[in-house]
Write a protein that binds this ligand. Sequence first.
Ligand SMILES: [Zn+2]
Ligand SMILES: [Zn+2]
Length: 57
Amino acid sequence: MNITKLITVASMAFSFLAAPLFAESCCDKAKAAGKECSHACCVEAKAKGEVCKKCNK
Ligand SMILES: [Zn+2]
Ligand SMILES: [Zn+2]
């Protein structure tokens, strides 16, 4: 068995699975849980009717 190929495939599969987790912002996670994001920067942005640019890239 080619171990190098196995590791390459495994790492590719991992990064593919992990990508959506890293893409999710604190606000998305809070929304998914039915809550408002409690980060001060996000609360401030929400008060202005915006989304926090620091956390939502
Ligand atoms: Zn947030
Ligand atoms: Zn924020």
